[in-house]
Design a binder for this molecule. Structure first.
Ligand SMILES: *Cc1c(COP(=O)(O)O)cnc(C)c1O
Length: 393
């Protein structure tokens, strides 16, 4: 008999009842240290007082009116995102995939509105993950997500992650742009180097095509800058964000320059729920904290501490950990044992981590993580490695 909840996930045998900061608790009161943050979502940890206050205050005033009316929270959040990024305009969504859908449609529309409707294709990269809608599984190009769901949506040309010749060869008269994650998340924590990011920008400019970034996972402070592309000094034309901006409330956004967005006139795109007052209250509250003086500095420092502790673990457990990779508080351990076994061993030590492609385990702690939390996580990872070593011998 099929489960009442469609069984598309292999869930860990635990349910959490409440959370506080870096910690999650079961109904029985067992405490877990959260280094997964619900896949980079609970950027400020659990039950952050400022977020709880913003949400509950809005909840007693107004939940939803639709985008048929002005929504002051949207104006405010859009203005703050614009003031802190390359963007001139923002469309709000409920998820990352929808932010990507808007980005993909916008890139196509840009060229159509310029009289080049034949330019609708996007170049994408192996190992990419852009969501689970029909267009975003086509963009991600992973066979396991495409299989059985009918013809793949047209218009995505995938090239190997590190093959510049293949990238250049893929750009043709039908190309609308390049779509890339500055740090691959699901694909296994692979950062695009700053020099490569600059080269991508130059290539887009030289070919009259758009650079579309997917910062759904690596954005909102995760790498120690508000957005990961800032490390390279370049700016995109269009950028999808989600995950961390809601701190756990479902929301996303598509940010764009005025030039890239020029085809998106009234009636060309929409969302019933996107940008509703509850989401906007939380999004603004998240930015209050992340944009506060010193917060991103804290993330950068914590990221360095984490990286050092992980490098130490790799040196001490060479049979378990092959490599440490990632940026800031978006770190990965490439494992020599199956990453599912590694994650299970960490879980047994009451540490939550998350698997990724390329046999990597991700560490994505809430950005509020302290040095003490990192030490505790490192101790638990050490115990997990010892348990795995004992099992192997
Ligand atoms: C999670 C993720 C998405 C999809 O976001 P959803 O909210 O699950 O639709 C897209 N791109 C990247 C890089 C992501 O990590």
């Amino acid at each position: 008999m099929i489960a009442p909840v469609l069984p598309t996930y292999n869930r860990a045998p635990v349910a959490f009842d409440h959370g506080k900061g870096m910690r999650l608790y079961t109904e029985q009161g067992e405490e877990y240290l959260d280094f997964g943050a619900g896949v980079a979502v609970t950027s400020l940890g659990h039950a952050h007082p400022h977020l709880v206050e913003a949400l509950t205050e809005q909840a007693s005033k107004l939940w939803h009116t639709s985008n048929l009316y002005q929504i002051p929270g949207q104006e405010k959040l859009a203005r703050r995102l614009i003031d802190n990024t390359f963007a001139d305009t923002v469309f709000f969504t409920n998820s990352g995939a929808e932010a990507l859908e808007c980005s993909i449609k916008m890139a196509r529309k840009y060229h159509a509105a310029n009289g080049q409707p034949e330019r609708f294709r996007l170049v994408t990269f192996e190992g990419a993950f852009h969501g689970r809608t029909l267009a975003t599984i086509a963009a991600g190009g992973q066979a396991k997500y495409l299989e059985g769901f009918g013809p793949k949506v047209e218009g995505f040309d995938q090239v190997p992650f590190d093959d510049w010749a293949a990238l250049e060869a893929a750009i043709g008269p039908e190309t609308a742009g390049i779509l890339i994650e500055p740090v691959q998340g699901e694909g296994g924590l692979r950062p695009v180097s700053p020099s490569r990011m600059r080269k991508l920008r130059e290539t887009c400019d030289a070919n009259g095509i758009l650079l579309v970034l997917d910062e759904v996972q690596c954005g909102i402070g995760r790498t120690g800058k508000l957005f990961a592309h800032e490390w390279s000094g370049i700016t995109p034309d269009i950028m999808a964000i989600a995950k961390g901006i809601g701190g756990g409330f479902p929301m996303g956004a598509c940010l764009a320059t005025e030039r890239a967005a020029h085809g998106m006139t009234a009636g060309t795109h929409g969302s019933t729920f996107g940008g509703n007052p509850l989401a906007m209250a939380v999004g603004n509250a998240v930015l209050d904290v992340i944009l506060a003086d010193g917060f991103l500095e804290h993330v950068r420092k914590a990221g360095l501490v984490l990286k050092q502790r992980l490098a130490q673990l790799r040196d001490e457990h060479p049979a378990i950990i092959a490599e440490v990779r990632g940026e800031g508080l978006m770190m990965g351990l490439k494992c020599k044992v199956p990453n599912t076994e590694f994650a299970a061993a960490a879980f047994a030590e009451k540490l939550l981590v998350i698997g990724a492609g390329d046999n990597v385990v991700r560490l994505l702690p809430p950005l509020i993580v302290s040095d003490e939390d990192i030490s505790l996580a490192a101790e638990r990872l050490d115990k997990a490695c010892r348990a795995l070593e004992a099992k192997a011998s």
